[in-house]
Ligand binder design. Structure first.
Ligand code: SAH
Length: 225
């Protein structure tokens, strides 16, 4: 799978993809992540990509021309299943959305800045608008990295134990059960006896019960099996 990201501040995206699981995904050739500096398509030699907003008011708006040229130029090289704009007023990101997007071959993600991007770009080029939560960040790079991470870890072969993503929270409409590691007793706090029993059926039942209990307490509205 390939994810292209258009950004005013590509440096912000170097860190998240340089380590751990996403790094491994890239090295294994399972995920290709390419960040494109929007200034490559700036309207003048000063690297301008934003301008004052019509109607007045504080805050710059990302201009149509650089974005249109960037999207058209990249779309000429490959067909994107979705052209995504990260924005607080978009559809809230959830596991189901990450699952669906992880099945696509090519995605193009636009990171906004300042007041956001000119509405005409949203109307004419963007096919999907995604928010990572009901709060406002200063730029779309972290949201783009969050989305790429949520998608990338689902690609077959990326996680060492291929089944492990299936048992994470949300995959089956349940939150994940508690987890423990050695030692079996720490400061007098004991690991639940059943996890030491070696009985896979009992352990599976216990985990399921704990998941159901936690989901009921913390996300009572969440869809369950
Ligand atoms: N004026 C806009 C916010 C702009 S924030 C508004 O009130 O809706 C600047 C950029 O940061 C946005 O263009 C978007 O790309 C990104 N951004 C900020 N918060 C975000 C969120 N919760 N989810 C996704 N992207 C976000």
């Amino acid at each position: 799978m390939r994810i292209d990201i258009i950004s005013v501040l590509p440096e912000l995206l170097e860190g998240p993809f340089a380590h751990s699981i996403l790094k491994r995904a890239k090295e294994k050739g399972l995920l290709e992540l390419v960040v494109h500096p929007l200034r490559k398509w700036a309207v003048n030699e000063y690297g301008q990509i934003d301008d004052y907003q019509y109607g007045g008011g504080a805050g710059m708006v990302m201009m149509c021309e650089p974005l249109a040229n960037a999207i058209e130029s990249l779309s000429g090289e490959r067909k994107y299943a979705e052209v995504i704009y990260m924005t607080p007023d978009g559809e809230l990101l959830n596991q189901q959305m990450a699952n669906t997007l992880s099945l696509k071959e090519n995605l193009l993600i636009i990171s906004g800045h300042y007041k956001g991007i000119d509405e005409r770009i949203r109307g004419h080029f963007i096919t999907k608008e995604i928010s990572i939560g009901d709060y406002v960040l200063s730029g779309g790079e972290l949201p783009a990295a969050v989305l790429a991470d949520a998608i990338g870890r689902l690609l077959p072969g990326v996680l060492n134990d291929e089944t492990s993503a299936l048992f994470d929270s949300f995959q089956d409409g349940l939150l994940a059960p508690p987890v423990y590691t050695r030692p079996a007793e720490f400061r007098g706090w004991k690991v639940p006896e059943i996890l030491l029993s070696g009985d896979p059926n009992k352990i599976a039942d216990w985990r399921h019960d704990e998941s159901v209990k936690k989901t009921g307490e913390r996300r009572p509205g969440m869809q369950q099996d």
